[in-house]
Design a protein around this ligand. Sequence first.
Ligand SMILES: *[C@@H]1O[C@H](CO)[C@@H](O)[C@H](O)[C@H]1NC(C)=O
Ligand SMILES: *[C@@H]1O[C@H](CO)[C@@H](O)[C@H](O)[C@H]1NC(C)=O
Ligand SMILES: *[C@@H]1O[C@H](CO)[C@@H](O)[C@H](O)[C@H]1NC(C)=O
Ligand SMILES: *[C@@H]1O[C@H](CO)[C@@H](O)[C@H](O)[C@H]1NC(C)=O
Ligand SMILES: *[C@@H]1O[C@H](CO)[C@@H](O)[C@H](O)[C@H]1NC(C)=O
Length: 534
Amino acid sequence: MERKCRVLRHLPNKLRRFLLLLLCATFVCIPISIYVWDQATEAANEKFLYLTSLKTEYDHYTDQESIREVYANPAIDSSVTEDKDKILAALPNLPLSYRKKLNPHVSPGHVKCARYPSLFDIQFSNIYWQALHTSNGTFYLYNSFYDNRTLSKDAPSIRILGMANRIRPTVETNCQLWFDGEKGPIISKVKEYKYIWIRGWGNYRQGVLQPYLIQCVVPPTHVKRVPESVSLVELPCDKPFNNLRVIKNEPTGGQKEDFAVCVKGLDFSYVDNSIMMVEWLELLHLLGANKVFLYEMGIHPNVSKVLKYYESLGRVDITKLTLPGEQPNARGLLHMYLKAKMVHKRQNEVIPYNDCLYRNIYRYKYVVLLDTDEFIMPRKTPNWKSLIEQLLAVTEGQPRSSYCARNVYFLDSMQDAHGKVPGVPPYLHMMQHVYRAANYTRPGSYIKCFHNTERVLTLHNHFPFSCLNNCYHLSIPEADAHLQHYRKDCVGELMKSSCPYFKAHTVLDDRILKLYKELMVNNTLHTFRRLGFL
Ligand SMILES: *[C@@H]1O[C@H](CO)[C@@H](O)[C@H](O)[C@H]1NC(C)=O
Ligand SMILES: *[C@@H]1O[C@H](CO)[C@@H](O)[C@H](O)[C@H]1NC(C)=O
Ligand SMILES: *[C@@H]1O[C@H](CO)[C@@H](O)[C@H](O)[C@H]1NC(C)=O
Ligand SMILES: *[C@@H]1O[C@H](CO)[C@@H](O)[C@H](O)[C@H]1NC(C)=O
Ligand SMILES: *[C@@H]1O[C@H](CO)[C@@H](O)[C@H](O)[C@H]1NC(C)=O
């Protein structure tokens, strides 16, 4: 022993330490390894025994990969849970009372007139609509709003936006207004079915769905409070089969913002126009649009990505939309239908436009109805706010119901002779099209307006159908602003008439570059980079 130790002592220090370490490792590691080995063998044995017991069931599995698969956890999504609130929140016209954290406000027990409809009393149509079948006609209801605007003769009123398969409906209907804490509904007879269309424009037939704004005046006893919801019924105390939340959106921060842009239901499932969408949204932002409200009936996943990004920045609001009744909603088919049935398309469009107006009457001073290939360009001032100030000076401070800009085309072919704009990415469409028709389309045709939310009652794409008091619009002089409209070619109805002249007489109009070139290039590239387009 002593001898051995002496041997060790004679060894170099490093080697001695190494040998000691080796000795320790041997005594620690070997038992652990044996234990682990044992466990593994045991598990393997168990697995083997189990597999043997299943041999009859799985006897066609002989290879290792199949055995591994038998023991794998299938990759299902176990994070999903059924969240009732979330499900109901995706249906914006349902009253909040159906959500679990809020008690249904109508007390059970003795109820006068009619009972509050339960969730599954509601007759839904194509997800976002609720139905009323009357003795003479069917109504599909989209949303209802609280309209207490100063200029409204019957303020406050409940206005229900929807469609009905009747022209000049004669059936008498009633609103059941559901106020928190009331034992039963407050009844108000429908005062008016306001037609949101012009008969000469087509589809003026019984049986075809027509857009209406239905008005019920809130009785004097209840003008201080906003009803939670409204049911449209035929006889005053009929059992209700619909129940719409009454929307009254307050301004954020208590102050109205300036401009909301409204875009009709997008139905481009198979077209990826995400690049132009980014360009357009960035441009509207620079012009001073506070928020862009888009309705979605089917868009390409890339466009959806773009819109969700801007939604996260608070610059976009997306609302899902379908066509009511028996109209087609299948992906792609809806687009084919709207293309084939132009009058149906236009009649359906007024629903999102008026929905956008009424959701925003208390939040924005103006709504601007635009398509994604056009915008109003101020020609003497750098943005919309200063344009409106300039126009108010023209009208000597007298506000008008709308301020309308004339339409001028920037067609693809007009740029062709002039090549690309240097210093601008070639894929930015509007920045790359700076030649336009010298002439405008006819006064009043294809115009787009700033609509004063305190004054307009029903809106069409190009102008108001009706206003509180009278409609009195200002045609913005072309020198002050115009509507820049970017298209491949003219709309069909102009193809043979003025379009050839437009194409033959063009002028350079590069105000977009003068105002916003650097900012637009920077901002769009930033967004493309963020979203992975580059
Ligand atoms: C049904 O309503 C239409 C108008 O929408 C009206 O012309 C017709 O007379 C009504 N029919 C009955 C039986 O009341
Ligand atoms: C509606 O407007 C009237 C008159 O301005 C006001 O007295 C009433 O409180 C308003 N109602 C609500 C619910 O804001
Ligand atoms: C184009 O505009 C000019 C000047 O405003 C006008 O004289 C001319 O008639 C217009 N041409 C057409 C085809 O509209
Ligand atoms: C470029 O764009 C980004 C994103 O929009 C922005 O944060 C940045 O301030 C812009 N830079 C300039 C010089 O405008
Ligand atoms: C756009 O869509 C295509 C096809 O699905 C996809 O390959 C591409 O990555 C998408 N672009 C972005 C930025 O997500």
